[in-house]
Design a binder for this molecule. Structure first.
Ligand code: ADP
Length: 264
């Protein structure tokens, strides 16, 4: 289960289920993959791990609401008085037969979907209008996108026409039996403190939709553990890494601190 155990320099990733097999099968079959799950649940680490295991380069793009098709494909830039074409990360990935990971793809502008469609069906082509090229993706190329279905924003859901082009894997927060070893491995803290942090995380996640928009991520649990490993007191680390990032409301924060005090 250990990334290193495969004999590659793959970053550590502890699988929650059969997602590694699904990823490998999708890559082998030239199919795109959509990872659904809340922020900080391990999606980026998973893709980095699988890219290393499969042995393909990885181009990651953090999507944002200003990201356009041209940012992915490339553009003409003025260099030393000359106009030269510079590939964007998607074009580079297609040319190299690499894995292209579009993190939080729903954030990107609408014209991005137009680019993704011919790449995500059996044509596997990337037309570059500006240069007149039409690139055919080789066998190594794979498109992976992630999406957080938890955000309650009607404008920011993935359209069925795009969603139905991807195989999908649902990656929620890991179960405690998985999260504890992840927190130990990432921080170096002992099992009893990692177990307590994960228990606190479980309680905080149960408040999602009531007091909190989103539960605490594995990333934040790891941050708390790293602070503790570095010598910070347990309560303080929990407050800074696992409570303060969740809310700006003083009353809710006080309630969360009470909840933690009752557990610790
Ligand atoms: P996401 O991309 O879903 O926002 P990340 O992949 O950045 O989340 O995960 C955040 C952190 O959580 C990682 O840096 C890693 O420390 C830890 N993590 C979460 N899940 C796992 C896992 N299954 N195996 C190893 N590390 C994990």
């Amino acid at each position: 289960m250990d990334g290193q155990a495969f004999g590659h320099d793959a970053p550590f990733y502890l699988p929650q289920g059969d997602e590694c097999d699904i990823f490998a099968a999708a890559h082998a079959s030239h199919l795109p993959l959509l990872l659904k799950g809340p922020t900080g649940c391990g999606k980026t680490r998973f893709v980095a791990h699988m890219a290393a295991r499969i042995g393909r380069p990885l181009h990651t793009v953090a999507c944002h609401d200003d990201l356009s098709a041209a940012d992915l494909i490339g553009r003409y830039l003025l260099k030393g008085g000359e106009t030269v074409w510079v590939d964007g990360p998607l074009t580079r990935a297609v040319r190299e037969g690499a894995i292209c990971y579009l993190d939080e793809v729903v954030e990107a502008r609408k014209d991005v979907a137009v680019v993704l469609h011919p790449l995500t069906d059996d044509r596997r082509i990337l037309p570059i209008d500006r240069t007149g090229e039409e690139l055919h993706a080789g066998p190594g190329f794979m498109l992976v996108a992630s999406y957080n279905p938890g955000y309650q924003n009607i404008l920011k859901t993935l359209k069925p026409s795009t969603r139905q082009r991807f195989l999908s894997v649902d990656l929620g927060f890991p179960a405690p039996a998985h999260e504890v070893p992840v927190v130990m491995r990432e921080s170096g803290i002992d099992e009893s403190r990692a177990t307590l942090l994960v228990r606190i995380a479980g309680k905080l996640r149960a408040l999602k939709g009531q007091d909190l928009e989103e539960g605490v991520s594995t990333r934040l649990v790891v941050y708390a553990a790293v602070l503790i490993a570095g010598g910070m007191g347990f309560d303080r680390a929990v407050r800074i890494a696992m409570i303060e990032p969740l809310t700006d409301d003083p009353e809710i924060r006080a309630g969360l601190l009470d909840l933690v005090a009752a557990l610790a």
